[in-house]
Design a protein around this ligand. Structure first.
Ligand code: HEM
Length: 439
């Protein structure tokens, strides 16, 4: 049971305030960058300083991220402020039609990530008596570091209702399966799986939304959305805030994430290899998606000590409860006054740390999310958890099995959506995402 503070009366009001603030955050303040590699954007307009009548320097703009490459973008580059995620189903029934769809989606994504409107005539240059090819809301906007990442779900290879519709069953990677039902799962019907996923990340919510919307128009009758979710991190314009971002429980999240600049670690834990079994995945990765609702009313009323015990770190600076600062290695043998372990063995930190999970590491790429209240009036906010790894069953599934059994955090969270995807390698101009599988 949570230790609950006596001050509970402000709960409902503070939840409203929180949702209001989250909505503002999700709307975004334009394209700027948290990234050290950012350049001063030529595209940013000068903003007037209303107090002093002086023009302010332009906000930095996250540079374009190359769409083409050995691996798809959107895995190893730092996550920007906004996510638009869609799990879609294809209605095509033949391999050539699926190839046609992936070619068109690839071409569209290459244009979108270069801040170009889709189609031959874009948003405004077509005939007046024809619906524009591009929907237009990203006209005038820079790329905002947009990345578009495609993945293939297990059902694309074989499914009970549709069988082996594309002749791909023998290409299905062994580890690419719908996730088992973990202890405590409360998955919402209709928010599980998907034939194909589109992960669009950008420093601007409108750019990310425009990308998914226009890709779905390109697909037309060849695909329909199964489920979607938008996510956010703190605004890109706060580039002077360089600390680890916080999740909606108020804790720094990402402290001991894999370092994407560590090539050896990325090779060991993230990039799939020719020799792993599915040769077509060489240079790709596997994506685990879990929408995790946070029971914020219970959490917000639990005392600080309980919150820190659950996560195993301090709320202020994110240091492990065994001492030191944020990046100090946790000492799980350290005892607190009274003789108990300083870091509870069933805290999230203890259970998720490689020292206690057989050495498993994953590359987390999570966003906060804030939806409208559900039908019962409860807040639907939390963490849109995504992680990339080389092998789903040995990494994400093994880790989540351990967490689902005994993580103290489970009292305050519910997993509501779930999907697994094989994210194939990248492509070069003239090629298409999925070519190594489908050609
Ligand atoms: C709402 C749900 C979750 C919350 C609030 C949460 C929060 C946190 C926090 C605050 C940390 C410590 C800082 C850090 O190193 O990033 C952390 C670490 C971590 N979490 Fe989570 N997490 C959640 C779900 C998950 C899930 C589902 C997984 C994987 C199955 C996971 C895997 C990890 C890993 C691997 C670490 C790093 C542990 C280490 O090496 O020290 N988390 N999480």
């Amino acid at each position: 049971m949570p230790k609950t503070s006596k001050i509970t009366s402000a709960t409902n009001m503070s939840r409203r305030a929180l949702l209001g603030a989250a909505g503002l955050g999700a709307a975004g303040l334009g394209a700027a960058s948290l990234s050290a590699v950012s350049v001063v954007g030529a595209t940013s307009a000068l903003a007037a300083d209303h107090h002093h009548g002086r023009p302010m320097p332009p906000a930095p703009t996250r540079p374009e991220v190359a769409f083409y490459g050995r691996s798809q973008a959107g895995i190893a580059n730092p996550p920007p402020a906004h996510l638009q995620f869609a799990a879609i189903d294809t209605t095509v029934t033949s391999r050539p039609a699926l190839i046609g769809l992936m070619k068109d989606l690839t071409q569209g994504a290459a244009r979108l990530t270069s801040a170009l409107p889709v189609g031959k005539t874009g948003a405004v240059n077509g005939p007046a008596d024809v619906a524009p090819e591009d929907t237009g809301e990203a006209l005038d906007l820079p790329s905002a570091g947009l990345t578009i990442t495609f993945g293939f779900g297990p059902e694309l290879f074989t499914s009970q209702s549709k069988g082996d519709r594309f002749g791909l069953a023998n290409m299905q990677p062994a580890g690419l399966q719908q996730f088992p039902i973990f202890k405590g799962d409360e998955l919402v019907a209709g928010r599980i799986g998907g034939d194909i996923c589109i992960q669009a990340c950008a420093d601007d919510a409108q750019v990310a939304m425009h990308a998914v919307r226009n890709l779905m128009r390109i697909a037309g009758t060849r695909a329909k959305v199964r489920w979607t979710q938008a996510g956010f991190n703190r605004a890109a314009s706060l580039s002077n805030v360089t600390t680890t971002p916080r999740n909606l429980f108020g804790f720094r999240d990402g402290t001991n994430n894999l370092n994407t600049n560590d090539r050896a670690a990325m090779d060991e834990f993230v990039w799939a290899k020719f020799s792993d079994g599915a040769a077509w995945m060489d240079g790709g990765s596997y994506l685990a998606v879990r929408q995790i609702r946070m029971l914020i009313v219970d959490w917000d009323d639990s005392v600080l000590e309980e919150q820190e015990d659950v996560l195993g770190r301090t709320k202020s600076g994110g240091a492990p409860l065994s001492g030191g600062t944020e990046f100090t290695t946790p000492d799980f043998s350290k005892l607190a006054a009274g003789g108990k372990p300083a870091i509870a063995p069933d805290s999230h930190l203890a259970l998720a740390h490689p020292q206690n999970n057989g050495g498993v590491r994953i590359l987390r790429r999570a966003f906060n999310y804030a939806n409208s209240d559900d039908a019962s009036g409860a807040a639907d906010v939390g963490l849109f958890f995504m992680s990339y790894q080389r092998d789903l069953s040995r990494q994400f599934v093994a880790l989540q099995r351990q967490l689902s059994e005994s993580d103290l955090l489970n009292e305050y969270i519910r997993h509501t959506a779930s999907a697994a995807f094989a994210v194939p390698p990248g492509t070069s101009p003239g090629g298409y995402i999925g070519e190594t599988l489908l050609a």
